[in-house]
Structure formats: C-alpha cells, structure tokens
Design a protein around this ligand. Structure first.
Ligand SMILES: C[S@@+](CC[C@H](N)C(=O)[O-])C[C@H]1O[C@@H](n2cnc3c(N)ncnc32)[C@H](O)[C@@H]1O
Length: 234
C-alpha cells in the first residue's frame, strides 16, 4: 500500500497519560522523524479508513466470537500490558480489558482519528493513542502482548514494522496477527487473486517474523479465521 504525509496529531486519553506518568509509555515516536514517502503512505491509509469509520462495526456484526477466540489465544494474564495495534473502532478492546483485569493496561493505537473517535465513544475501557505502529511511543520491552487485527496488510514496511513491535515487547511476550476471515475468503471479498508473495502466507511470514525477533508458534488460515501467533525471542 502507498500512504501519504501526515503530521502526527496524537491525542491521548486519561489512561494513556497515566501509563506515561508511570513510565511505561514514552514520548519517543510521537513526533519522530518520518520520511516523505512514509508520510504519504500513512496519509493514504488514514484517508482510506477515515471514510469507513462510522459504519465499520455495522459492516461486520458477526465477528465478535472470533475476536473473543483470538484474544483468548494470546494467553493474557491479570496485570498484563497489551497493545491493540491498529485498534480501529476498538472492537477488541473490551475483551482485552477483561483478559488483563483492572490491574492491567490496555492501549489502543491507531493512525486514523475517525476510527479512534468511534473507539472513544464506545470503548472507553482502554487508553487510546492516535499514532503510528511504525514509530511506537513506547519504551523497549514494555509490552506483554500485541494484538494486531487486520493490520499486517496495511504496514508500509513489514520487516521494519514487525521489528518495531518486537522492540516494545518483552522477551517471551506474544504477538497475535488476526483477521476474522482467512486469506482466500478476504481475497475473494476484495475480488483479487491470492498471490504466492502474500506476506501473510506461512512460508513468507515465518522468516519475516524470525528476522524481526519473533518466533511463529501457531498458524491458522481457514475461511473463517486467520491467526498467526508469535513469541518475542530473547
Ligand atoms: C482493517 S482495519 C482493522 C481495525 C481493527 N483492528 C478491527 O479489527 O476492527 C486497520 C486499522 O489499522 C489502522 N492502521 C493502518 N496503518 C496503521 C499504522 N501504520 N499505524 C497505526 N494504525 C494503522 C487503520 O487506521 C485501521 O483502523
């Protein structure tokens, strides 16, 4: 995908500010240097999702149980810090909150303010940050887990972006790359062919994850679910 320039316009909710005060969320990345091409790609993504934000949830009303299964697969514990990377309207946030309990921290981060506005209205259980997965405002090794639903195909530089997710995750932490339908079903929905170079195909994803500091531990790609789980290497 190609994305256009964006001046970061980060807004944070109270929980995100609280996380920063207690030293778990840094400001690094909030105004970090972003090249022109990269900014262009971000802006294209933002424009694409901005116009889809208002009716996003109503387009996919039956996905709830699959999100619940994917969150359960992360194996979160009470008190964990989990990032919903590209959280969109926050469909996963209540389930992530339930999994980490009141002592845990849930941060939803998304590039598109319109998506976050929906998340803010309906999903206030988490801190929300308007930011970029490629330049996370988090210190090294902060997270116990990352949940990324429908995200990976929108990453402009997957090797670097998966490394950035690894940077902010502690050794042994877990990454879930999820989509509520599988690759073939998604390609059919979009009227395109699946190509062998699809990053989400296991033979492509496994080495990309390994190079970025992740070990693929589980892979499912069926009509009704795509789920890749990986553990942060030490
Ligand atoms: C397909 S939507 C999925 C939204 C949500 N995770 C869900 O499952 O409903 C992809 C989301 O990723 C966000 N996104 C795309 N590129 C991003 C980036 N570089 N950093 C943060 N969010 C990004 C988009 O704004 C959009 O909300």
């Amino acid at each position: 995908m190609t994305y256009r320039a964006e001046q970061p316009n980060h807004s944070r909710t109270g929980e995100a500010e609280r996380a920063e005060r207690v030293g778990r969320v840094g400001r690094a990345g909030l105004t970090g240097n972003v090249g022109r091409d990269e900014r262009a790609e971000r802006e294209q993504a933002r424009e694409f999702f901005a116009v889809r934000a208002a009716d996003w949830d109503s387009r996919f009303p039956d996905d709830g149980p699959r999100y619940a299964e994917a969150v359960a697969a992360l194996g979160l514990a009470s008190g964990d810090f989990v990032l919903d990377a590209g959280c969109g309207t926050g469909r996963a946030l209540p389930r992530l909150r339930a999994a980490v309990g009141p002592e845990g921290t849930v941060l939803g981060l998304d590039l598109t303010p319109e998506m976050l506005r929906e998340a803010l209205a309906h999903r206030a259980e988490a801190g929300l940050v308007n930011g970029d997965v490629c330049h996370l405002p988090l210190r090294d090794g902060t997270l116990d887990a990352v949940f990324g639903a429908g995200l990976i195909s929108h990453l402009p530089d997957p090797p670097a972006d998966l490394r950035e997710l690894a940077r902010v995750t502690r050794p042994g932490g877990v990454l879930a790359l999820f989509h509520p339908i599988g690759r073939a079903a998604l390609a059919a929905r979009h009227g395109r062919e699946l190509t062998p170079d699809d990053l989400r195909a296991e033979p492509n994803l496994r080495p990309q994850l390994a190079a970025a500091g992740w070990r693929l531990t589980h892979y499912t790609d069926t009509d009704d679910r795509y789920l890749a789980l990986a553990t942060r290497s030490s």
